[in-house]
Design a protein around this ligand. Structure first.
Ligand code: NAD
Length: 493
């Protein structure tokens, strides 16, 4: 039986809505070309595979560009170019490597509008987020790692840090340029060369980054970008010329890669899925917590590995908190990602929309109570309204599986111990958030939550100096900080 939330505000009964004037960013700023070739050995090149695929705008389903698909011979070429460049790049004075990365960071800042519009068009994320979150963090990652490039012996005193060699990197589609920066910046700063495979639905900004890097003076072969789907990724991670593999994506593919690489001698880091718990205690500042929870689950349409997709709220304040949350949801603006007023943009692909829809249907069939604020969704493109589920039990699929969409499952707890037990009752362990006005309780919780990151009275705060990564099935290895550098170095223990 499908149950709808009887307490849901009806149209016209919510808080008064402000009228917004449309403020649309110019889509042409992205400078998307008809054809986007591979980037190998410092230049754009035709694929030896002879294959091309279409990348589309998920908000309109409009075709954007034909993108080259790297086949085995292309992977061979890219790894060969990275191998040929490796010795020169590693031997270059570290101050020179640092200068290239500083120039790259500056160019990213100068071209941030173009790159933000590109990620919004290719991926569907709101321009406000691409502009204010992704791009500043991309530049920050290059600046931060440029700073380390000539100081590695101070990062690891007493050690003799050496690059790994050629690094094969595979990234997902949710933060196309930011994930590329998280991967490429530390690898280059530590003297490695890179072959990067972006996700098949969002290949454009990684290719543009390679162009910008060449403009910044990066020698040919140091950064190669080869779009393609899973087969291209599998070809790259399995290539004998790759010394280290860095993968961000689903737990399922991460497990497959780990099995494949066992015994190969290749170094490996895996940044995988999550099912983040947001724990709200009765003494929390409730309005701030509502904002934190909204940011935690609706940022990037919930397509975030560390999304706070489970809300655990203390029973004594649960009705009040859920009521405030419902009201806040009715003010979220869903629609054109290029409009600067938009809070929730398009879902990245038809396949992802189908996965979200299927899981939400399972929640309804299993008896949870659904609430979706009234909102009009555009006719074309891939859309899903912000969704809350109450009456959720731990056994429901929506409480256990990563939905990777704008869907929040709400559970309650009575004691701190129960909150910990519920929060940790998941195979994942990437991120969690704690809301309380007691500092001692934050520390008590942080000690007990099995998660790579615990945010306190905030959520989704990222900084290149702060290591990010998971435990349990969310993977191993860290990105950012000294830990992130260590993942690309030999001889650092
Ligand atoms: P996915 O695992 O399907 O794909 C990720 C990337 O791997 C893509 O580039 C894809 O082409 C490639 N790939 C697919 N099969 C492969 C194979 N056999 N060998 C090598 N590469 C292969 O995941 P997705 O659906 O694109 O991304 C969403 C997932 O990524 C979610 O589970 C999310 O939690 C996770 N993610 C994790 C982090 C993190 O830092 N932990 C960050 C972002 C996303």
């Amino acid at each position: 039986m499908v149950r709808h939330d009887a307490l849901a505000p009806r149209p016209g009964t919510g808080p008064p809505m402000w009228e917004y004037q449309e403020s649309r960013e110019n889509p042409d700023l992205a400078g998307i070309r008809d054809r986007s070739g591979l980037w190998i050995d410092g230049e754009e090149t035709e694929p030896l595979s002879g294959k091309w695929f279409s990348t589309i705008d998920p908000a309109t389903e409009e075709h954007l560009s034909m993108v080259a698909e790297a086949g085995p011979a292309d992977v061979e070429r890219a790894v060969g170019a990275a191998r040929d460049a490796a010795a020169g790049w590693a031997a270059m004075p570290a101050t020179e490597r640092a200068k290239s990365l500083f120039r790259l960071a500056r160019l990213v800042q100068e071209r941030s509008r173009e790159l933000a519009v590109m990620d919004t068009r290719d991926g569907g994320k709101p321009i406000r987020e691409a502009r204010d979150v992704d791009l500043p963090l991309v530049a920050a990652h290059f600046f931060y790692h440029a700073g380390w490039a000539d100081k590695l012996e101070y990062a690891f005193p007493g050690a003799e840090p050496r690059p790994m060699g050629v690094v094969g990197q595979v990234i997902p589609w949710n933060f196309p340029l930011l994930m590329a920066a998280w991967k490429v910046a530390p690898a280059l700063a530590t003297g490695n060369t890179v072959v990067l495979k972006p996700a098949e639905t969002t290949p454009l900004s990684a290719l543009r980054l390679a162009e910008v890097a060449a403009e910044a003076g990066l020698p040919p072969g140091v950064l190669n970008v080869i779009p393609g789907a899973g087969e291209t990724g599998a070809e790259l991670v399995g290539h004998r010329g790759v010394d280290k593999v860095a993968f961000t994506g689903s737990t399922q593919v991460g497990k497959e890669i780990r099995r494949r690489l066992a015994g190969s001698g290749k170094a490996l880091t895996l940044e995988l899925g999550g099912k983040g718990a947001h724990v709200v205690f009765e003494d929390a500042p409730l309005d701030q917590a509502v904002e934190g929870v909204v940011n935690g689950i609706f940022f990037n349409q919930g397509q975030v590995c560390c999304a706070g997709s489970r809300l655990l709220v203390q029973e004594s304040v649960a009705p009040e908190f859920v009521d405030r949350l419902r009201r806040r949801l009715s003010t979220l603006r869903v629609g054109d990602p290029l409009d600067k007023n938009t809070d929730i943009g398009a879902i990245n692909s038809a396949a992802q929309l189908q996965r979200i829809t299927e899981l939400v249907e399972s929640g309804q069939e299993e008896g949870a109570l659904i609430y979706q604020p009234p909102c009009e969704l555009p006719e074309r493109g891939f859309w899903f309204p912000p969704t809350l589920f109450t009456d959720v039990s731990q056994s429901h699929r929506i409480a256990r599986e990563e939905i990777f969409g704008p869907v929040l499952s709400i559970l309650t707890f009575r004691t701190p111990a129960e909150a910990v037990e519920r929060a940790n009752n998941t195979p994942y362990g990437l991120a969690s958030g704690v809301w309380t006005s007691k500092g001692s309780r934050i520390l008590w919780m942080a000690d007990r939550l099995a998660a790579g990151v615990v945010w306190a009275n905030t959520y989704n705060k990222f900084d290149p100096a702060s290591p990010f990564g998971g435990v349990k099935e969310s993977g191993f290895g860290r990105e950012g900080g000294r830990h992130g550098l260590a993942a690309y170095l030999r001889g650092v223990g």
